[in-house]
Design a protein around this ligand. Sequence first.
Ligand SMILES: Cc1cc2nc3c(=O)[nH]c(=O)nc-3n(C[C@H](O)[C@H](O)[C@H](O)COP(=O)(O)OP(=O)(O)OC[C@H]3O[C@@H](n4cnc5c(N)ncnc54)[C@H](O)[C@@H]3O)c2cc1C
Length: 429
Amino acid sequence: MKKIAVIGGGPKAAAICAKAHSFNLSSSERLDVRVFERDKWGAAWSGDHGYTDGVQRLCTPAERDVGFPYDQGLLDTAGLQRLFQEFSWNSFLIELEGGSLTNYRNWVDRGRKPPPHRHYSAYITWVIEKADVKRTLANVTAVSRRNGKWAITHEKKGIVKTSVGFDGVVFTGSGPALSGFDRDSDIRIINGVDFWTSPDQFLKKAQPGDAPIVIAGSGGTSAAIAAWIARNKREIPVLIIGNQAALFTRTESFFENALFSDDQAWAALNVEERISVTKRLTRGVVWSSVSDILSSSADISFRPGRVKSVSATQAIHGQPSELSVEVLNNAGTINLPASFVIDAAGFDAWWFLGLLPADLREAFQGVDPSETRKQREKTAEGIAEDLSLPGKFTGLHVPMLSAAQGPGFASLMVLGSMSERILASYVAS
Ligand SMILES: Cc1cc2nc3c(=O)[nH]c(=O)nc-3n(C[C@H](O)[C@H](O)[C@H](O)COP(=O)(O)OP(=O)(O)OC[C@H]3O[C@@H](n4cnc5c(N)ncnc54)[C@H](O)[C@@H]3O)c2cc1C
């Protein structure tokens, strides 16, 4: 029996739990999965732990659920049917009696829209709690080697324990917000995770006629924040500044969607083509549902450039000081006034390094930031088929860094293929 630890109780954990549960019912081999979660199952989607207010909708359709695309592999047709019956989004809605969450009939009648994040969080919780796996609500503080296996040290309410004997460890989650620019310490400057803890409170003093609210970054986080402001704070100008020519839009397209579950097509692409298509489909691109809101608001504009720093000017004659945003682009450097600034530079997908032993962590650290970046890019290019890190130790799976293996293993696009890649490496036949 192989033991696999999953750090983080979000959609990736749910997909791995559902697949392992279904596999164990149909095989003489057993996968022993244990999930560790710091806050609560589906925390990042609930609206109670940053990243979202819970009211925002998913961008991807809910039918891309924890089993999608239901390809054969560890499970045959009968196993896949059982996986769908027990863990699909549709099955979850059928089990709901209504309440504050929409049920199956309601969802279909209302046009099968992607659900609000907090509803998705309820789905993730339902899957993890339904699957026959081990669950531990505790903060993982270290992952180390003991007797040729992995050990997980976790802490809850001051009590520290270590669970041993894991063959593999899966690290999930977007990680903490990255800092995109130098800044003065000022309550009007905030990042894309903290914004969602209380957007109304943060922007309570924003008035029509003020300098724009500046959002630094041109991906999904930035767009979701701009859309919230467009809906909730009318006539307040918002300027999105991003390191690309425009805010690009992603729509549902068969040819693009199919690439997420077509391993043969992926294998036919060289590294440059893979990087370019992943960028085109997942980074610096905004789903059309959000892009439509942004394009139809006269208050929202976009300017290409990189925010280098944000500073507060001196207050004069009792007037509140303004924020000054230093922006670099091909035309030079400009300073723009802002009333509030939100740093939506993205997230640190390498956050898990902080849990690893020093000798292993050092393997991903260069002598300066530029060398570190190159070293990590090279490592990510070498991610193995089972989405594990290449190099000294085996069994550290990092789906968030797996773009070289496929464009969808980091996101919600093909959670069923992501769980297949990882779990299949622990099955003998
Ligand atoms: C608000 C938001 C909306 C998104 N919308 C979409 C979308 O519509 N479509 C799409 O394809 N992608 C979307 N993404 C991007 C991406 O799909 C997700 O970030 C990713 O799939 C998250 O799933 P996950 O299971 O990896 O992690 P998460 O759901 O982020 O779960 C990670 C969990 O790990 C826990 N954790 C962190 N550190 C520890 C620790 N030390 N010990 C124990 N637990 C810990 C956290 O509490 C968290 O619950 C979105 C991302 C965000 C943040």
